[in-house]
Design a protein around this ligand. Structure first.
Ligand code: KG4
Ligand code: ZN
Length: 356
C-alpha cells in the first residue's frame, strides 16, 4: 500500500509518501515551515498562512513524490488533514487532495490532525501496544487519551483553558523572547535556575463533600489541566521584578523561563501519573509539538517508570513531534488497513473532534 499524505492545518505545508503492508514506513517527508514569515507578527496570522500554503503546496507535493521516486499512478490512497486547525489553511490541503483524487481516480482518506500526532508513534520500529495512554500536547491541544484499540479514542483529560504549547508561546511573548515560544523558552531555560521562582501546580479535583447522611464523599482525582493561571502568575512576577522601573535582566529571564517550564512539566506530570496509575496501560506515548521538549520527555519517562514499571514509554523523534505529513499518512494507513474510511462529503472542518 502506497499513500500520499498532505498536511496544512496551521503554519507548515507538508507532504509525505508512506508505504507498507503490515506497518507504515516513511519513504519521504517534506515540511515547508512558515515560522520566519509569522515571526515578525509574534504568532500565526491565518490569512498569511493560507496564502503561503497556496504558494507552497504543489512544490512540496512534487518534492515528496520525487524524493520517494513515486508517480501518482503508483498511489493506492491519498490522505489529508480534515481538521482541526485554521480553516483557510485546511481548505488549501483538502481541496488540493480532492483535486488529485478526482483527476487520478485515487481514493481519499480524511484524517484528524490529532490522530496524526498519536500515529506518529506507529512509524517507529517499536510499535505501541494496547491499551495505551497518549498525552497530546501541542499549540492548540492538551489531551490525555485512552485507546483500547486502533482508531478508538476516549478522552480522559483535557485543558479547561490554554493549551500547553500556547502557554509556552504566551510566556515567550511576555518575556519578549519571540515566536514560537516552546523551543525558545526551553533554550533559555538551560541557562536558568528552575527552582528560583515558584509557579503553581493546579489540581482541578473537586473538594470532598458530605452526603445527606453525613458521610464524606471523595471525588475521583481530576485529569483535567489549566494553564491560564500560570500565565497570570508569570505576568505578576514580571511586574514585581520591573516595579523599580528597570527591565528584567538576562539572568531573571533565564530563571523565569526555567521555572515556568518546570511548572508546565509538573502540571502535565501530575495528571499523567494519575492516569497511568488508574488505567495501567501497556504503553504510554507522548505526542504533539511540545513533546519536542527535552525536559518533558525525560521527566515523564523517569516518573512513569517509578509508578508503573510495566508501562513502556514511547516518543517519536523530534521531527515527527511537530507538524508533518508522515504522521497523517501513518493514521491513514490504519484507516485503510482496517477499512475505516469515512470520506462521505468531507470538507475542511476547523473544529473537528477526535471521537466524531
Ligand atoms: O504540534 P505542533 O507543531 O502544532 C500544533 O498542532 O499546534 O505544536 C506547536 C507547539 C507550539 O506551541 C510550540 O511552542 C510547541 O509546540 N513546541 C515546544 C517545543 N517545540 C515546539 N514546546 C516546548 N518545547 C519545545 N522544544
Ligand atoms: Zn499539530
Amino acid at each position: 500500500m502506497k499513500i500520499l499524505a498532505i498536511e496544512s492545518s496551521c503554519d507548515e505545508t507538508a507532504a509525505a509518501i508512506i508505504e507498507g503492508e503490515d506497518s507504515p514506513q516513511v519513504l519521504s517527508n517534506v515540511v515547508s515551515t512558515q515560522i520566519d514569515i509569522h515571526k515578525e507578527f509574534g504568532g500565526v496570522v491565518p490569512e498569511v498562512a493560507a496564502r503561503a500554503h497556496i504558494e507552497n503546496i504543489i512544490p512540496v507535493i512534487k518534492k515528496t513524490l520525487t524524493e520517494a521516486k513515486t508517480e501518482l499512478s503508483d498511489l493506492d490512497y491519498i490522505t489529508v488533514t480534515e481538521g482541526p486547525g485554521l480553516v483557510g489553511s485546511l481548505v488549501v490541503g483538502v481541496e488540493t487532495a480532492k483535486a488529485i483524487s478526482v483527476s487520478n481516480n485515487i481514493p481519499i482518506v480524511p484524517v484528524n490532525h490529532l490522530e496524526g500526532h498519536i500515529y506518529a508513534n506507529f512509524l517507529e520500529e517499536n510499535k505501541p501496544e494496547f491499551p495505551l495512554i497518549a498525552l497530546l500536547v501541542s499549540g492548540g491541544h492538551t489531551l490525555l487519551i485512552f485507546m483500547k484499540d486502533h482508531l478508538d479514542y476516549q478522552i480522559i483529560g483535557s485543558t479547561r483553558d490554554d493549551a500547553a504549547g500556547e502557554a509556552f508561546d504566551k510566556a515567550a511573548k511576555i518575556l519578549g523572547l519571540g515566536y514560537p515560544g516552546g523551543p525558545i523558552i526551553s533554550h533559555e531555560a538551560e541557562k536558568g535556575n528552575e527552582n528560583k521562582y515558584k509557579f503553581p501546580t493546579i489540581d482541578l479535583t473537586p473538594q470532598a463533600t458530605r452526603n445527606p447522611v453525613g458521610f464524606l464523599e471523595t471525588p475521583e482525582e481530576s485529569l483535567d489541566f489549566s494553564f491560564s493561571g500560570l500565565k497570570t502568575a508569570l505576568i505578576t512576577k514580571v511586574k514585581q521584578l520591573t516595579s523599580d522601573g528597570n527591565e528584567i535582566t538576562a539572568e531573571e529571564k533565564a530563571d523565569l523561563s526555567a521555572s515556568f517550564q518546570k511548572a508546565i512539566i509538573d502540571n502535565l506530570s501530575q495528571n499523567v501519573l494519575r492516569a497511568v496509575k488508574k488505567y495501567q496501560p501497556k504503553t504510554f506515548i507522548l505526542s504533539g509539538g511540545v513533546a519536542a521538549n527535552k525536559n518533558l520527555r525525560e521527566t515523564l519517562e523517569k516518573n512513569i517508570k517509578e509508578v508503573s514499571a510495566e508501562t513502556s514509554y514511547l516518543i517519536p523523534p523530534t521531527n515527527l513531534c511537530t507538524d508533518n505529513a508522515a504522521m497523517i499518512g501513518a493514521a491513514a494507513f490504519y484507516h485503510a488497513k482496517l477499512k475505516k474510511i469515512d470520506d462521505a462529503n468531507f470538507a475542511a472542518n476547523p473544529n473537528l473532534k477526535l471521537n466524531n
